[in-house]
Design a protein around this ligand. Sequence first.
Ligand code: FAD
Length: 387
Amino acid sequence: EKTTVAIIGAGVAGLTLATLLQKSGIACIVLETQSRSTVETLQRAGVVEARGVEMFERWGLAEDLLAGSIAQTIDYRVNGKSRIFKLTKDSRNSGRFCTQQMLVNNLLKTLIDKMCGDVRFEVQNVIIQNKQNEPTKVIYYDKAGTHEIDCKYIAGCDGSRGTSRSSIPNGILTKYSYEFGYSWLAAHVESPLKEHPIMAVSDYGFVGQLPRGPHRSRYYLQCELSDGPQDWTDERFWNEVRLRLNDSTISDVTIIDKQFVPLRSVVFSPMQYRNLFLAGDVAHLVPPTSAKGMNLALYDVDILAQAFLSAVNYNDLKALNEYSDTCLPHIWTYQDFAISMTNLMHDAGNPEQHGKFRQMTARAQLDTLFNSPAATQLHSEYQKGNI
Ligand code: FAD
């Protein structure tokens, strides 16, 4: 069997890339280890930023994929005291509210149901053949047996634990990483956000609440790296939310799921090896404090889809050869933002984390976001994904 691009992984990166290629008449096959129903239920990010909106508009897909407008404010709280940060206005698009789950579902409908795209779920043991003097191939197994796909290019979009990266020989990639030393308990709950998205520091640690549709929201609570479900009963969770937000009126509601996310930043460089190109979480991770992971994945596949188009339609390999060099500066810019936001929101809180001195400087930094128009502008640009 033959195709032009074999795509490993049907997350945001793989499905968006496949949709862009399919729309441009470039043959591709997507391989996914999970079932369609599992892929459809994964819920993480909440917003497609301005750059992503512009990308989907440019490819003529925005109306099919994206939902409504988003808040242009953030409630930065310190020990329960609110301060509403207003994002500066500019002539660019604003981001759109679109949960990751909604985006993935809309991509699946558009790609499979409307465009007759080829997405194969529940595959096993995906093996990448990408050596010099050998044809580029992907081999996989399913209930029917072994399958081989001859292809020109492979896109590794299989997330942080995917296998495409490990097919690259030792010594080619450099891993740059930074561990923050704490985790977030991410909980999807059956209660909507009342007003503004909340990012709150307190003497007891960080808590955030972000919108996830008209009836739901997601809370994030700073916790120990070693914490797991056994440490966080629902009762403890709600008591801690009330304590950190200094708001006794919050009542316990149904928690749909709890996830423990160690905060870390990772970049693999370069993002390509011969005919294999990495995109999304398989190539880089940012802590969720920055809310950039899905948006960086969208950036990668926009660049990669355009590069595949030039290579396949015009035999022009320049953009493909420069794929890593085009993506990495953007990724490092948002790694910088993610580190700065994560340090700010945690150092400004519990002094046991990094000491009273760091707490005072972090709180001064938070003040500067409100008091200096230049800082307000820069922070807005980062938040909107305009840099
Ligand atoms: P994934 O979504 O992980 O998709 C990879 C796919 O590949 C999966 O379906 C997986 O099953 C499949 N796969 C794995 N291995 C194989 C294999 N060997 N063969 C075939 N398929 C395979 N980002 C934001 O922009 N904003 C946010 O607010 C935000 N909040 C987040 C909150 C949490 C709690 C977390 C954990 C992340 C958050 N992110 C956010 C980050 C965002 O979810 C990720 O960056 C995004 O999912 C990356 O997409 P991806 O397609 O690269 O990887």
